[in-house]
Design a protein around this ligand. Structure first.
Ligand code: CAA
Length: 379
Protein backbone atom coordinates (compact mmCIF):
# COMPACT_ATOMS: atom_id res chain seq x y z
CA UNK A 1 0.00 0.00 0.00
CA UNK A 2 1.40 3.36 -1.04
CA UNK A 3 -0.04 6.62 0.30
CA UNK A 4 2.44 8.75 -1.66
CA UNK A 5 1.12 11.02 -4.41
CA UNK A 6 3.20 10.97 -7.60
CA UNK A 7 5.13 14.01 -8.87
CA UNK A 8 2.43 14.44 -11.51
CA UNK A 9 -0.33 14.36 -8.90
CA UNK A 10 1.48 16.98 -6.83
CA UNK A 11 1.89 19.22 -9.89
CA UNK A 12 -1.81 18.96 -10.76
CA UNK A 13 -2.76 19.63 -7.15
CA UNK A 14 -0.56 22.74 -7.12
CA UNK A 15 -1.99 23.97 -10.43
CA UNK A 16 -5.52 23.68 -9.01
CA UNK A 17 -4.50 25.35 -5.73
CA UNK A 18 -2.89 28.26 -7.59
CA UNK A 19 -5.91 28.60 -9.84
CA UNK A 20 -8.25 28.67 -6.85
CA UNK A 21 -6.19 31.36 -5.09
CA UNK A 22 -5.52 33.54 -8.12
CA UNK A 23 -8.66 33.13 -10.21
CA UNK A 24 -11.49 31.92 -7.97
CA UNK A 25 -10.85 33.74 -4.70
CA UNK A 26 -11.08 37.29 -6.08
CA UNK A 27 -14.78 37.96 -6.52
CA UNK A 28 -16.05 34.78 -4.85
CA UNK A 29 -18.00 36.72 -2.20
CA UNK A 30 -19.63 38.98 -4.81
CA UNK A 31 -20.51 36.08 -7.09
CA UNK A 32 -22.16 34.32 -4.14
CA UNK A 33 -24.05 37.44 -3.10
CA UNK A 34 -25.27 38.29 -6.60
CA UNK A 35 -25.74 34.67 -7.71
CA UNK A 36 -23.32 35.28 -10.57
CA UNK A 37 -22.22 32.27 -12.63
CA UNK A 38 -18.38 32.07 -12.76
CA UNK A 39 -18.35 32.12 -16.57
CA UNK A 40 -14.83 33.56 -17.08
CA UNK A 41 -13.35 31.21 -14.50
CA UNK A 42 -15.01 28.17 -16.08
CA UNK A 43 -13.65 29.18 -19.49
CA UNK A 44 -10.13 29.31 -18.02
CA UNK A 45 -10.63 25.95 -16.28
CA UNK A 46 -11.53 24.54 -19.69
CA UNK A 47 -8.36 25.97 -21.22
CA UNK A 48 -6.35 24.29 -18.45
CA UNK A 49 -7.93 20.93 -19.27
CA UNK A 50 -9.90 20.70 -16.01
CA UNK A 51 -13.29 20.16 -17.67
CA UNK A 52 -12.38 16.91 -19.44
CA UNK A 53 -9.79 15.68 -16.99
CA UNK A 54 -10.30 11.94 -17.35
CA UNK A 55 -11.24 11.92 -21.03
CA UNK A 56 -8.91 10.25 -23.51
CA UNK A 57 -6.74 12.90 -25.30
CA UNK A 58 -8.05 11.57 -28.64
CA UNK A 59 -11.39 13.17 -27.67
CA UNK A 60 -9.81 16.39 -26.42
CA UNK A 61 -9.42 15.37 -22.77
CA UNK A 62 -6.44 15.47 -20.42
CA UNK A 63 -6.20 11.69 -19.96
CA UNK A 64 -5.69 11.94 -16.19
CA UNK A 65 -6.78 9.49 -13.51
CA UNK A 66 -9.57 9.79 -10.97
CA UNK A 67 -7.02 10.48 -8.18
CA UNK A 68 -6.07 13.70 -10.01
CA UNK A 69 -9.75 14.55 -10.26
CA UNK A 70 -10.16 14.23 -6.47
CA UNK A 71 -7.12 16.45 -5.88
CA UNK A 72 -8.42 19.13 -8.25
CA UNK A 73 -11.94 19.02 -6.84
CA UNK A 74 -10.61 19.40 -3.30
CA UNK A 75 -8.46 22.42 -4.13
CA UNK A 76 -11.12 24.26 -6.15
CA UNK A 77 -13.81 23.54 -3.55
CA UNK A 78 -11.72 25.02 -0.74
CA UNK A 79 -12.40 28.37 -2.35
CA UNK A 80 -15.44 28.19 -4.63
CA UNK A 81 -17.89 25.30 -4.61
CA UNK A 82 -20.09 27.10 -7.16
CA UNK A 83 -17.27 26.72 -9.69
CA UNK A 84 -16.25 23.23 -8.60
CA UNK A 85 -19.74 21.80 -9.09
CA UNK A 86 -19.49 22.78 -12.76
CA UNK A 87 -16.19 20.90 -12.95
CA UNK A 88 -17.74 17.89 -11.23
CA UNK A 89 -20.87 17.65 -13.36
CA UNK A 90 -19.02 18.22 -16.62
CA UNK A 91 -16.28 15.69 -15.84
CA UNK A 92 -17.90 12.85 -14.01
CA UNK A 93 -21.50 12.91 -15.18
CA UNK A 94 -21.51 14.35 -18.69
CA UNK A 95 -18.06 13.53 -20.14
CA UNK A 96 -17.83 10.19 -18.37
CA UNK A 97 -21.34 9.15 -19.45
CA UNK A 98 -20.61 10.00 -23.09
CA UNK A 99 -17.13 8.51 -23.20
CA UNK A 100 -18.13 5.25 -21.54
CA UNK A 101 -21.51 4.67 -23.19
CA UNK A 102 -21.75 6.94 -26.23
CA UNK A 103 -20.99 5.73 -29.77
CA UNK A 104 -18.14 7.10 -31.88
CA UNK A 105 -20.32 9.61 -33.70
CA UNK A 106 -21.74 10.93 -30.41
CA UNK A 107 -18.25 11.22 -28.97
CA UNK A 108 -16.93 13.18 -31.94
CA UNK A 109 -19.92 15.49 -32.03
CA UNK A 110 -20.56 16.05 -28.32
CA UNK A 111 -17.72 14.74 -26.15
CA UNK A 112 -14.94 16.66 -27.91
CA UNK A 113 -16.40 20.17 -27.31
CA UNK A 114 -17.30 19.18 -23.72
CA UNK A 115 -13.86 17.77 -22.90
CA UNK A 116 -12.01 20.75 -24.36
CA UNK A 117 -14.24 23.13 -22.38
CA UNK A 118 -15.59 24.81 -25.50
CA UNK A 119 -19.06 24.13 -24.06
CA UNK A 120 -20.36 22.71 -20.79
CA UNK A 121 -22.96 20.04 -20.17
CA UNK A 122 -25.77 19.18 -17.77
CA UNK A 123 -27.12 15.90 -16.40
CA UNK A 124 -30.91 15.82 -16.20
CA UNK A 125 -32.39 13.07 -14.05
CA UNK A 126 -34.31 14.80 -11.22
CA UNK A 127 -37.91 15.84 -11.71
CA UNK A 128 -40.50 17.62 -9.57
CA UNK A 129 -41.73 14.19 -8.42
CA UNK A 130 -38.65 12.05 -9.04
CA UNK A 131 -35.69 12.99 -6.88
CA UNK A 132 -34.47 10.12 -4.72
CA UNK A 133 -37.01 7.81 -6.38
CA UNK A 134 -35.28 8.03 -9.72
CA UNK A 135 -37.18 5.20 -11.44
CA UNK A 136 -40.41 7.27 -11.26
CA UNK A 137 -39.62 9.30 -14.36
CA UNK A 138 -42.55 11.35 -15.67
CA UNK A 139 -40.67 12.85 -18.60
CA UNK A 140 -41.59 10.83 -21.67
CA UNK A 141 -39.86 10.23 -24.98
CA UNK A 142 -42.18 8.66 -27.52
CA UNK A 143 -40.61 6.78 -30.43
CA UNK A 144 -41.81 8.46 -33.64
CA UNK A 145 -39.67 6.49 -36.09
CA UNK A 146 -36.73 8.72 -36.97
CA UNK A 147 -36.97 10.76 -33.76
CA UNK A 148 -38.31 10.77 -30.20
CA UNK A 149 -40.84 13.32 -28.99
CA UNK A 150 -39.71 14.56 -25.58
CA UNK A 151 -42.17 15.99 -23.03
CA UNK A 152 -41.76 16.83 -19.37
CA UNK A 153 -39.97 18.89 -16.75
CA UNK A 154 -36.58 18.41 -15.11
CA UNK A 155 -35.74 20.04 -11.78
CA UNK A 156 -32.62 21.25 -9.97
CA UNK A 157 -30.45 21.05 -13.05
CA UNK A 158 -26.88 22.24 -12.43
CA UNK A 159 -25.56 24.28 -15.39
CA UNK A 160 -29.23 24.54 -16.42
CA UNK A 161 -28.81 27.77 -18.33
CA UNK A 162 -25.12 27.80 -19.24
CA UNK A 163 -24.95 24.29 -20.63
CA UNK A 164 -25.11 23.62 -24.36
CA UNK A 165 -25.43 19.83 -24.17
CA UNK A 166 -27.89 18.05 -21.86
CA UNK A 167 -28.06 14.35 -21.03
CA UNK A 168 -31.77 13.83 -20.39
CA UNK A 169 -33.28 10.71 -18.82
CA UNK A 170 -36.83 9.90 -19.93
CA UNK A 171 -39.41 7.13 -19.92
CA UNK A 172 -39.94 5.57 -23.34
CA UNK A 173 -42.19 2.70 -22.26
CA UNK A 174 -44.08 3.04 -18.97
CA UNK A 175 -45.14 -0.63 -19.00
CA UNK A 176 -41.47 -1.69 -18.66
CA UNK A 177 -40.72 0.36 -15.53
CA UNK A 178 -37.02 1.16 -15.16
CA UNK A 179 -36.26 -1.05 -18.18
CA UNK A 180 -38.30 1.39 -20.28
CA UNK A 181 -36.06 4.36 -19.48
CA UNK A 182 -33.58 5.88 -21.93
CA UNK A 183 -30.92 8.60 -21.91
CA UNK A 184 -30.82 11.21 -24.69
CA UNK A 185 -28.45 13.94 -25.82
CA UNK A 186 -30.41 17.16 -26.14
CA UNK A 187 -28.96 20.37 -27.52
CA UNK A 188 -29.73 23.84 -26.28
CA UNK A 189 -31.73 25.61 -28.94
CA UNK A 190 -33.76 22.59 -29.99
CA UNK A 191 -37.26 24.05 -30.63
CA UNK A 192 -39.65 23.97 -27.64
CA UNK A 193 -36.87 23.31 -25.11
CA UNK A 194 -37.07 26.10 -22.53
CA UNK A 195 -35.07 26.95 -19.41
CA UNK A 196 -36.96 28.10 -16.29
CA UNK A 197 -35.80 30.85 -13.89
CA UNK A 198 -32.66 30.43 -11.79
CA UNK A 199 -33.27 28.98 -8.31
CA UNK A 200 -32.44 31.36 -5.44
CA UNK A 201 -30.43 29.00 -3.26
CA UNK A 202 -28.99 28.80 0.27
CA UNK A 203 -25.55 27.81 -1.03
CA UNK A 204 -23.53 27.34 -4.23
CA UNK A 205 -25.35 30.50 -5.28
CA UNK A 206 -23.00 31.15 -8.20
CA UNK A 207 -23.91 27.89 -9.90
CA UNK A 208 -26.93 28.10 -12.15
CA UNK A 209 -29.64 25.71 -11.06
CA UNK A 210 -32.76 25.71 -13.21
CA UNK A 211 -35.83 23.74 -14.19
CA UNK A 212 -35.98 22.65 -17.82
CA UNK A 213 -39.18 22.26 -19.81
CA UNK A 214 -39.59 20.06 -22.86
CA UNK A 215 -42.75 20.35 -24.97
CA UNK A 216 -42.80 18.11 -28.02
CA UNK A 217 -39.04 18.48 -28.46
CA UNK A 218 -37.87 16.40 -31.44
CA UNK A 219 -34.77 14.46 -30.45
CA UNK A 220 -33.10 12.59 -33.33
CA UNK A 221 -33.00 8.80 -32.94
CA UNK A 222 -29.19 8.85 -33.13
CA UNK A 223 -29.11 10.91 -29.90
CA UNK A 224 -30.19 7.99 -27.73
CA UNK A 225 -27.30 6.67 -25.63
CA UNK A 226 -26.83 2.89 -25.66
CA UNK A 227 -29.31 0.11 -26.32
CA UNK A 228 -33.04 0.70 -25.91
CA UNK A 229 -33.90 0.60 -22.19
CA UNK A 230 -30.38 1.30 -20.95
CA UNK A 231 -31.19 4.76 -19.52
CA UNK A 232 -31.68 3.89 -15.85
CA UNK A 233 -28.50 1.85 -15.62
CA UNK A 234 -26.72 4.62 -17.52
CA UNK A 235 -27.85 7.10 -14.86
CA UNK A 236 -26.92 4.85 -11.93
CA UNK A 237 -23.49 3.96 -13.26
CA UNK A 238 -22.70 7.54 -14.14
CA UNK A 239 -23.76 8.68 -10.67
CA UNK A 240 -21.32 6.21 -9.09
CA UNK A 241 -18.45 8.32 -10.43
CA UNK A 242 -20.33 11.58 -9.89
CA UNK A 243 -20.43 10.77 -6.20
CA UNK A 244 -16.62 10.74 -6.09
CA UNK A 245 -16.73 14.29 -7.45
CA UNK A 246 -19.25 15.53 -4.89
CA UNK A 247 -17.46 13.69 -2.07
CA UNK A 248 -14.28 15.53 -3.08
CA UNK A 249 -16.19 18.78 -3.24
CA UNK A 250 -17.40 18.18 0.32
CA UNK A 251 -13.83 17.33 1.35
CA UNK A 252 -12.59 20.60 -0.18
CA UNK A 253 -15.28 22.67 1.55
CA UNK A 254 -14.31 21.09 4.88
CA UNK A 255 -10.57 21.51 4.26
CA UNK A 256 -11.05 25.12 3.17
CA UNK A 257 -12.99 25.95 6.34
CA UNK A 258 -10.39 24.14 8.45
CA UNK A 259 -7.49 26.10 6.93
CA UNK A 260 -9.32 29.36 7.66
CA UNK A 261 -10.05 28.25 11.23
CA UNK A 262 -6.39 27.37 11.88
CA UNK A 263 -5.18 30.69 10.48
CA UNK A 264 -7.72 32.66 12.50
CA UNK A 265 -7.00 30.73 15.70
CA UNK A 266 -3.31 31.63 15.45
CA UNK A 267 -4.02 35.34 14.84
CA UNK A 268 -6.90 36.06 17.18
CA UNK A 269 -6.02 36.73 20.83
CA UNK A 270 -8.30 36.24 23.86
CA UNK A 271 -7.47 36.10 27.56
CA UNK A 272 -3.93 37.23 26.80
CA UNK A 273 -2.94 34.62 24.20
CA UNK A 274 -3.85 33.38 20.71
CA UNK A 275 -7.08 31.38 20.87
CA UNK A 276 -5.11 28.48 19.30
CA UNK A 277 -3.35 28.16 22.68
CA UNK A 278 -6.66 27.40 24.40
CA UNK A 279 -7.47 23.72 24.64
CA UNK A 280 -11.13 24.37 23.78
CA UNK A 281 -10.00 25.46 20.30
CA UNK A 282 -7.27 22.82 19.96
CA UNK A 283 -9.81 20.05 20.56
CA UNK A 284 -12.04 21.42 17.82
CA UNK A 285 -9.13 21.66 15.38
CA UNK A 286 -7.97 18.15 16.26
CA UNK A 287 -11.41 16.68 15.53
CA UNK A 288 -11.70 18.60 12.28
CA UNK A 289 -8.24 17.50 11.11
CA UNK A 290 -8.93 13.84 11.92
CA UNK A 291 -12.30 13.73 10.20
CA UNK A 292 -11.05 15.58 7.11
CA UNK A 293 -8.17 13.12 6.76
CA UNK A 294 -10.59 10.20 7.01
CA UNK A 295 -12.84 11.78 4.36
CA UNK A 296 -9.81 12.33 2.10
CA UNK A 297 -8.83 8.66 2.43
CA UNK A 298 -12.34 7.55 1.45
CA UNK A 299 -12.36 9.86 -1.59
CA UNK A 300 -8.94 8.71 -2.75
CA UNK A 301 -9.79 5.06 -2.19
CA UNK A 302 -12.97 5.32 -4.27
CA UNK A 303 -10.98 7.06 -7.02
CA UNK A 304 -8.24 4.45 -6.83
CA UNK A 305 -10.75 1.60 -7.19
CA UNK A 306 -12.22 3.36 -10.24
CA UNK A 307 -8.75 3.78 -11.74
CA UNK A 308 -8.03 0.09 -11.15
CA UNK A 309 -11.22 -0.92 -12.96
CA UNK A 310 -12.63 -2.43 -9.76
CA UNK A 311 -16.23 -1.96 -8.50
CA UNK A 312 -16.59 1.34 -6.66
CA UNK A 313 -20.34 1.89 -6.07
CA UNK A 314 -20.04 1.24 -2.35
CA UNK A 315 -16.77 3.14 -1.98
CA UNK A 316 -18.10 6.24 -3.74
CA UNK A 317 -21.31 6.20 -1.69
CA UNK A 318 -19.28 5.86 1.53
CA UNK A 319 -17.00 8.72 0.48
CA UNK A 320 -19.96 10.97 -0.32
CA UNK A 321 -21.89 10.06 2.83
CA UNK A 322 -18.94 10.62 5.14
CA UNK A 323 -17.31 13.61 3.43
CA UNK A 324 -20.58 15.54 3.17
CA UNK A 325 -21.28 15.02 6.88
CA UNK A 326 -17.72 16.10 7.69
CA UNK A 327 -18.21 19.19 5.49
CA UNK A 328 -21.33 20.19 7.39
CA UNK A 329 -19.84 19.57 10.81
CA UNK A 330 -16.47 21.17 10.06
CA UNK A 331 -17.91 24.33 8.55
CA UNK A 332 -20.24 24.84 11.54
CA UNK A 333 -17.24 24.46 13.87
CA UNK A 334 -15.10 26.77 11.72
CA UNK A 335 -17.75 29.48 12.10
CA UNK A 336 -17.69 28.85 15.86
CA UNK A 337 -13.90 29.22 16.01
CA UNK A 338 -14.26 32.58 14.24
CA UNK A 339 -16.92 33.74 16.73
CA UNK A 340 -18.81 36.82 15.48
CA UNK A 341 -16.42 37.22 12.54
CA UNK A 342 -17.49 33.83 11.28
CA UNK A 343 -20.98 35.18 10.84
CA UNK A 344 -20.01 37.86 8.33
CA UNK A 345 -19.23 37.35 4.65
CA UNK A 346 -15.68 38.76 4.53
CA UNK A 347 -14.32 35.80 6.51
CA UNK A 348 -15.58 33.21 3.97
CA UNK A 349 -16.55 30.51 6.48
CA UNK A 350 -20.27 31.36 6.53
CA UNK A 351 -20.35 30.79 2.73
CA UNK A 352 -18.56 27.46 3.10
CA UNK A 353 -21.11 26.47 5.76
CA UNK A 354 -24.00 27.30 3.41
CA UNK A 355 -22.27 25.53 0.50
CA UNK A 356 -21.64 22.40 2.58
CA UNK A 357 -25.33 21.60 2.92
CA UNK A 358 -25.91 20.78 -0.73
CA UNK A 359 -23.28 18.03 -0.63
CA UNK A 360 -25.66 16.06 1.62
CA UNK A 361 -28.43 16.47 -0.93
CA UNK A 362 -27.35 16.37 -4.58
CA UNK A 363 -26.25 13.30 -6.54
CA UNK A 364 -28.19 11.32 -3.97
CA UNK A 365 -29.03 12.43 -0.42
CA UNK A 366 -27.19 10.94 2.57
CA UNK A 367 -30.18 8.60 2.94
CA UNK A 368 -29.69 7.35 -0.64
CA UNK A 369 -25.98 6.74 0.02
CA UNK A 370 -26.97 4.65 3.04
CA UNK A 371 -29.36 2.64 0.84
CA UNK A 372 -26.59 2.01 -1.70
CA UNK A 373 -24.08 1.03 1.01
CA UNK A 374 -26.66 -1.06 2.88
CA UNK A 375 -27.53 -3.05 -0.23
CA UNK A 376 -23.85 -3.63 -1.02
CA UNK A 377 -22.97 -4.87 2.46
CA UNK A 378 -25.97 -7.21 2.44
CA UNK A 379 -25.17 -8.71 -0.97
N1 CAA B 1 -25.24 0.22 -11.66
C1 CAA B 1 -25.93 -0.55 -12.53
N2 CAA B 1 -27.22 -0.87 -12.38
C2 CAA B 1 -27.83 -0.43 -11.27
C3 CAA B 1 -27.18 0.38 -10.31
C4 CAA B 1 -25.83 0.68 -10.53
N3 CAA B 1 -25.13 1.44 -9.67
N4 CAA B 1 -28.06 0.67 -9.32
C5 CAA B 1 -29.22 0.09 -9.66
N5 CAA B 1 -29.07 -0.57 -10.84
C6 CAA B 1 -30.07 -1.37 -11.55
C7 CAA B 1 -30.55 -2.54 -10.70
O1 CAA B 1 -29.70 -3.66 -10.85
C8 CAA B 1 -31.92 -2.79 -11.27
O2 CAA B 1 -31.82 -3.48 -12.50
P1 CAA B 1 -32.42 -4.98 -12.67
O3 CAA B 1 -33.89 -4.87 -12.38
O4 CAA B 1 -32.09 -5.32 -14.07
O5 CAA B 1 -31.71 -5.81 -11.65
C9 CAA B 1 -32.39 -1.40 -11.63
O6 CAA B 1 -31.21 -0.58 -11.79
C10 CAA B 1 -33.28 -0.76 -10.59
O7 CAA B 1 -32.57 -0.76 -9.40
P2 CAA B 1 -33.24 -0.74 -7.99
O8 CAA B 1 -34.32 -1.77 -7.92
O9 CAA B 1 -32.14 -0.81 -6.97
O10 CAA B 1 -33.93 0.71 -8.01
P3 CAA B 1 -34.59 1.52 -6.85
O11 CAA B 1 -35.82 2.13 -7.37
O12 CAA B 1 -34.67 0.71 -5.60
O13 CAA B 1 -33.57 2.77 -6.65
C11 CAA B 1 -31.68 3.99 -5.91
C12 CAA B 1 -32.24 2.66 -6.43
C13 CAA B 1 -30.24 3.68 -5.51
C14 CAA B 1 -32.44 4.50 -4.70
C15 CAA B 1 -31.71 5.03 -7.06
O14 CAA B 1 -33.03 5.38 -7.40
C16 CAA B 1 -30.93 6.29 -6.76
O15 CAA B 1 -29.71 6.29 -6.83
N6 CAA B 1 -31.61 7.41 -6.48
C17 CAA B 1 -30.97 8.71 -6.28
C18 CAA B 1 -30.87 9.43 -7.58
C19 CAA B 1 -29.86 10.54 -7.54
O16 CAA B 1 -28.73 10.36 -7.10
N7 CAA B 1 -30.24 11.69 -8.08
C20 CAA B 1 -29.34 12.77 -8.21
C21 CAA B 1 -29.64 13.58 -9.41
S1 CAA B 1 -28.27 14.04 -10.38
C22 CAA B 1 -27.63 15.45 -9.69
O17 CAA B 1 -27.88 15.82 -8.58
C23 CAA B 1 -26.68 16.12 -10.60
C24 CAA B 1 -26.44 17.54 -10.36
O18 CAA B 1 -26.97 18.39 -11.06
C25 CAA B 1 -25.43 17.94 -9.35
Amino acid sequence: MNFQLTEEHLMIQKAARDFAQNELKPGVIERDEHQKFPAEQIKKLGELGFLGMMVDPKYGGSGLDAISYVLVMEELSKIDASASVVVSVNNSLVCYGLEKYGNEEQKQKYLVPLATGEVIGAFCLSEPEAGSDATSQHTTAIDMGDHYLLNGTKNWITNGNNASIYLVIAQTDVSKGHKGINAFIVEKGMPSFTVGPKENKLGIRGSDTHSLMFTDVKVPKENRIGEDGFGFKFAMQTLEGGRIGIASQALGIAAGAFELAVQYAKERKAFGKPIADHQAIQFKLADMATEIEAARMLCLRAAWLKDQGQPYAQASAMAKLFASEVAMKTTVEAVQVHGGYGFVKEYHVERLMRDAKITQIYEGTSEIQRIVIGREVLK
